[in-house]
Design a protein around this ligand. Sequence first.
Ligand code: G6D
Length: 351
Amino acid sequence: MAERSGDMAAMIANTKVFDQYKGEDIYEYSLTNKNGVTLSTLSWGANWYELLVPTKAGKKQNLLLNFPHTADYAEKNPYLCMSIGRTAGRIGGASFTINGKTYNVDVNESDYNLHGGFHGFNFYTWNGKIQDNHIIFNKKVTNELDNFPGNMDVTITYTLTDDDEVIIDYAAETDADSLFNPTNHAYWNLNAGDDPVTNHELYIHSSHRAALNSNKIPTGELAPVLNTPYDFSKNAPLGKAIAALQSIPEKGLDDVFIIDDHDPAKPVAELRNPDNGISVTIFSERNAIVSYTANGWDDSQKFIDKTGQPQVAIALESQTAPNAVSDLKFGDISIEPGEIKHYYTKYKFGY
Ligand code: G6D
């Protein structure tokens, strides 16, 4: 059902059933702006399904990795372009203390909690609706659902503007002291064809990354990136960095970049394809960006129009540094009753 959305006369809105998963209708909500840029999302995991830009060849190009079926997301790669929360990243030992009380949450990878555990934001459907140029998802995330303290009313709003920007607003209120550190796990590939992202260029406004232990849990130390393969403080060829990282077990990026103090009007990161001029520029007030280059992936993942392979895409996840859970030096991810916590990330597209 395509209709002009509200007073955004140039914005075209569409809501349709995408497919079914475990007997439940999964909905696709999309908006197209006056320039022909389309934002599509799914009710499963408040997922970012497509970002389509018009190309000189006259076709539209999707800049995100995506799957044809909800089951692929749920069973093959549960984080792909999903909304992530209550807490992005890894919580060592899957436990944390608030006001002197220790809470234990899902151990869903090794001996830690990754991305909120087995009942994170990406593992269930959200109530969605379109309002003007906003796609609004809501979910009551209860303590019974995910074992995190507090019952949280979470609203994730994707907004598409006629300036080719997508703004994601994460808002939450809770009935008990808890944690809130959401992100979106968008995986970008700015190639029209089936090439990996090794031809892309990357900028991250960061002079240090968080040192990680063998379990990828931040140690609390900072590692300078200057003149290392992790140095994206100036626009750098991603392929050269990946080649230089073949000597480490990860064979790519899977790192927490700590954002240097910055003017919020200036980007925290930019990914650019020099071969076609397509770019995504990220603005955020968060103090970290996790970058993961799909290391070790293979063709068992059947994406739409991309072959699963190492570096098939790069995730750039604006968030508060994961070790804020135990070290306020790395940020404050607390949320208390009586406040509405908002976090924003803006993506500006060039094509
Ligand atoms: C792997 O270590 C990476 C994470 O950074 C990523 O978020 C996840 O895959 C999807 O666990």
